[in-house]
Ligand binder design. Structure first.
Ligand SMILES: [Zn+2]
Length: 463
């Protein structure tokens, strides 16, 4: 019914008005080769193969650990088998450690065990643990404002409420209890700190993550309670009686070796700056690092492989699987020290899970606006909107983008990312293969545009 009415209205429109209206602009075509590569990537199996292989055959791979070294060896073998060139490992030293017994017990008024994990860089306890009264704050700001006398000799608990959102922007704001809480608590004389996990789930899976003691603060034990356990502690505190906790965070700290794994698809013109694509190889030691960040290295590598399968790009594509992202972006720093002064045509990093990409931003400079727009057009059929032309981000590549190197940022849906991030639950079953393929298709399209044109192998041309 409505359709008939609309048709009637259209046909009834006065002809002169239609004649005066400007003709709609002709649609600007996407390079058919790029479109074909993009569409074929919706059937990609390379990314799943890498994600499944790395999480199964290596599993947890904490920065600087023997597991991360096994992951580098795995990466070299995989990249070689896939046919990439110039494969190498570039190592650097880092501080690492091992997790021991981790336990948080309420001694009084209601004795019971809570689920806790040490944060990365936490001070350690012996088997006797530390025992003290809990002093609770609803934010890091409240802790900052508290007089030292309220905190001294106690175990600090910092609560907060991090809502889930699509772009993951809550992590910046709500990550403060983990990043700043331990130093603040230590400087005020606390004997330990436990925080509500920086996450959005309601599972008994604490979220670890890095923190450092700055400003000369003495390391103290610092743990993350799972969200249901933090809420349990809050209810116990609300009963109004003093709450005593015994916290054991055992483990070791030691020096170890980390490294970046680098491989290339050599371009036809080796004098041109490379396109860097990457993710990070290391993971936390609780899950198997599927969403963070096996999927990321898999997406970047699968896209590069699909370009290589199609022929030889004009520009070299350099794949970097960064080491030690989680404990302080050390892989990015090592790469920046070695190559950061050299020109790069663009940098892209995937490090936000494997859910659908919904937006592309770029920072290629005014002179390359046409190229940035071509990227947007190539991505539109995948349901990806174009955002800003002066913005790109990435964890390891972030400092180099800030230095002024050009980049493209593909934003993934992060609505469920912080349910899993840095928990024992970051495992392969959380990867949706269909959304993973959409990522590969988007990355392939972007590389198709940036590569400067792909020349098919001569043998194939003749056929
Ligand atoms: Zn990550």
């Amino acid at each position: 019914m409505k359709h008939c009415l609309a048709a009637l209205l259209l046909t009834a429109a006065p002809a002169p008005l239609l004649a005066q209206a400007a003709a709609p602009p002709a649609p600007i075509a996407v390079d058919p080769k790029v479109a074909a590569l993009r569409d074929a990537a919706l059937d990609d199996d390379y990314a799943w193969g890498i994600t499944e292989g790395l999480t199964t055959e290596v599993g947890q791979r904490l920065a600087g650990s023997p597991a991360e070294a096994r992951a580098r060896a795995w990466a070299v073998a995989k990249l070689f088998a896939m046919g990439f060139s110039n494969i190498r490992i570039e190592t650097f030293p880092v501080q690492t450690g091992t997790r021991g017994i981790e336990r948080a017990e309420i001694i009084a008024p209601f004795p019971q065990a809570l689920v806790v994990n040490a944060l990365g860089g936490s001070g350690l306890t012996g088997p006797e643990g530390v025992t003290g009264e809990i002093v609770a704050f609803d934010s890091v700001d409240a802790l900052r404002l508290a007089p030292d006398s309220v905190v001294r000799g106690k175990i600090v608990f910092v609560d907060h409420h991090m809502p889930a959102n699509q772009d993951g922007s809550g992590y910046g704001q709500f990550g403060a209890p983990r990043r700043q809480g331990p130093t603040l608590a230590s400087k005020k004389g606390a004997i330990a700190i436990v925080i509500r996990s920086i996450g959005t789930d309601h599972n008994r899976t604490p979220h670890t993550g890095v923190m450092t003691f700055s400003d000369g603060a003495k390391p103290i034990p610092a743990g993350a309670l799972s969200i249901p356990d933090a809420e349990q502690l809050l209810r116990i505190l609300k009963r109004g009686k003093p709450v005593t906790m015994r916290l054991r965070l055992e483990g070791t700290h030691k020096m170890g070796t980390s490294g970046n794994v680098i491989a290339e698809v050599p371009g036809r013109d080796l004098s041109l700056p490379p396109i860097l694509v990457g993710g990070h190889l290391d993971s936390w030691d609780l899950g198997t690092g599927a969403i963070d960040d096996a999927a990321g290295v898999a997406i970047a590598t699968a896209a590069a492989k699909r370009i290589m399968d199609a022929g030889r790009p004009l520009r070299t594509i350099r794949i970097v699987w960064f080491g030690s992202e989680e404990i302080g972006l050390f892989g990015g720093e090592d790469y920046r020290a070695k190559y950061g002064k050299q020109p790069h045509y663009a940098m892209l990093e995937s490090d936000f899970g494997a859910d659908k990409i919904y937006k592309v931003d770029s920072k290629l400079g005014d002179a390359r606006k046409t190229e940035a727009e071509a990227i947007g057009r190539a991505l539109a059929p995948l349901g990806i909107v174009t955002g800003k032309y002066d913005e790109a981000d990435g964890s390891d590549i972030g400092p180099m983008l800030a230095d002024g190197l050009p980049g493209v940022g593909l934003s993934q849906d992060g609505t469920r990312y912080f349910d899993l991030h840095h928990t024992p639950d970051d495992t392969l079953d959380k990867i949706d293969p269909v959304q993973l393929r959409q990522n590969v298709a988007a990355w392939t399209a972007v590389l198709g545009v940036l590569s400067g044109g792909i020349e098919e192998p001569k043998a194939r041309k003749r056929r």
